[in-house]
Design a protein around this ligand. Structure first.
Ligand code: NAD
Length: 428
């Protein structure tokens, strides 16, 4: 997705290689973990509303299942590439391991643009995706979930197709389902809230008062919206949000120095996380270019949209006021930028720790489906908070004791757990 020349998988492998070296991992384990275990690519023929047939490219990549069934989202995006999906599947393995849930890593997608597809066409893509790959998925093998531009409705169509093919009910087959149809309370909030539980703990260790902190956010979708909500509840101020404008085909940043009004912006935002520019302007928001969010004079930057956003080109635009980069999106920072962030002494909280709340709650959803008993939202969010807080402090303590970055420490914990599972199984 995004810049076609950016290879997310190369980044994921380089990050892995560097930590494997630090850990002194043996050659076989390195070779095994730097590649996905299985990859599926397939064509999905769909009858369009105008009577024509279009063929969409679908994928599912299973990076590693030593610790449990593969787990990961399905993206609908016009610029989806195989390497993005590979990278995301690998990051899922580390993400599940770092929060210590018994799942492996997977990811999938369909190259398509839902903005230009009817509901019926999207349903057929979902059902077609399942028909191509269902034999390789299941509650005990690989459990999909929503991701960029897919929703609980897409998951339910997929579940329905899977159950039709199997002839039995498998509510634990897929997560992110609607409430009342096997979904978990708290799942919608989980990733964004998880991001802020981690931030709250980080600010404590950095001796920063959250009520005095300003943040600028890229993205105004599911993750960003709930992250902003909880950050504001804790007393923080968000001065800028950036999102994609479907009509103009560019991104814009929306700024309000005294702090954005979340409820108002939500009321003028479409279901893809795009803000109505004219209405925002009329309400006094400054409309700036898409990348202006990163130049904000704030304490915290929260990339919560796409990968490759904090890169060699943009990192120089970060103001000296910035103390924390909270990676809510997957893979937002390139290696070059990472090195510069370290020099600038910015505390980077890595993506697969920061945004692990989503998969943690998906795991809770699976648990509830399997026991056929559903928890209250308070219970779900309480368990989520416990997991995120414990994971943050484990990483923070290792980072301090080994004098490494938070990213390296998170990788060290995750890779060691997965490598150990492979070793115990006798795979390496
Ligand atoms: P979403 O589709 O709900 O929202 C994406 C947002 O990004 C939208 O507001 C969109 O307008 C904006 N955007 C797209 N292109 C942009 C651009 N060029 N510049 C600025 N903004 C742009 O997606 P989401 O679920 O909020 O996911 C956001 C990120 O978080 C992704 O990297 C995703 O992989 C990651 N993530 C999501 C979850 C989850 O549970 N939803 C879990 C873990 C990680």
């Amino acid at each position: 997705m995004g810049d076609q020349s950016f290879n997310a998988f190369e980044l994921a492998q380089k990050q892995f290689d560097a930590v494997a070296e630090k850990l002194g991992l043996d050659e076989a384990t390195r070779e095994f973990l730097r590649q996905p275990m299985r990859e599926y690519y397939f064509s999905i023929p769909v009858k369009m509303d105008d009577g024509s047939t279009r063929v969409f490219r679908g994928s599912r990549v299973q990076h590693n299942d030593a610790r449990g069934p593969n787990k990961g989202g399905i993206r609908f995006h016009p610029q989806e590439t195989d390497n993005t999906v590979r990278a995301l599947s690998m990051w899922m393995t580390w993400k599940c391991a770092v929060v210590d849930i018994p799942l492996g890593g997977g990811k999938g997608g369909v190259v398509c643009d839902p903005h230009h597809l009817s509901q019926r066409e999207q349903e057929n893509i979902c059902r077609g995706w399942i028909r191509q790959v269902w034999k390789n998925l299941g509650p005990l093998t690989d459990v999909p979930a929503p991701d960029v531009m897919t929703s609980s409705q897409h998951m339910l169509w997929m579940l329905d197709e899977y159950e039709t093919l199997r002839g039995e009910k498998y509510p634990g087959f897929i997560t992110g389902k609607p409430l009342g149809m096997g979904g978990s309370l708290g799942r919608t909030e989980a990733t964004g809230f998880g991001v802020i539980y981690v931030l709250r703990e980080a600010l404590k260790t950095l001796n920063l008062d959250i009520t005095k902190c300003k943040a600028s956010v890229q993205g105004f979708g599911n993750v960003a919206q709930y992250a902003i909500r909880l950050f504001q509840e804790y007393g923080g101020t968000v001065t800028c949000v950036a999102c994609w404008d479907q009509a103009d085909k560019v991104a814009y940043s929306y700024k309000k120095e005294e702090g954005i009004d979340l409820e108002f912006l939500l009321s003028i935002t479409n279901r893809y996380g795009g803000i109505d520019k004219a209405k925002a302007q009329a309400a006094g928001y400054e409309v700036l270019p898409g990348n202006a969010w990163i130049e904000e004079e704030v304490d915290i930057l929260i990339p919560a949209a796409l990968e490759n956003q904090v890169n060699a080109e943009t990192v120089g635009q970060i103001k000296p006021s910035v103390k924390v980069l909270l990676e809510a999106a997957n893979g937002p920072t390139t290696l070059e930028a990472d090195a510069q962030l370290k020099e600038k002494n910015i505390f980077v909280i890595p993506d697969f720790l920061t945004n692990a709340g989503g998969v943690t709650c998906s795991y809770f959803e699976q648990v509830q489906c399997n026991i056929n008993f559903y928890w209250s939202k308070v219970e779900v969010l309480h368990r989520l908070e416990e997991k995120m807080v414990a994971a943050f402090h484990a990483v923070d303590q290792l980072a301090k004791s080994k004098e490494v970055t938070m990213r390296d420490a998170a990788y060290m914990i995750a890779i060691q757990r997965v490598a150990e599972a492979c070793r115990l199984r006798g795979w390496v």
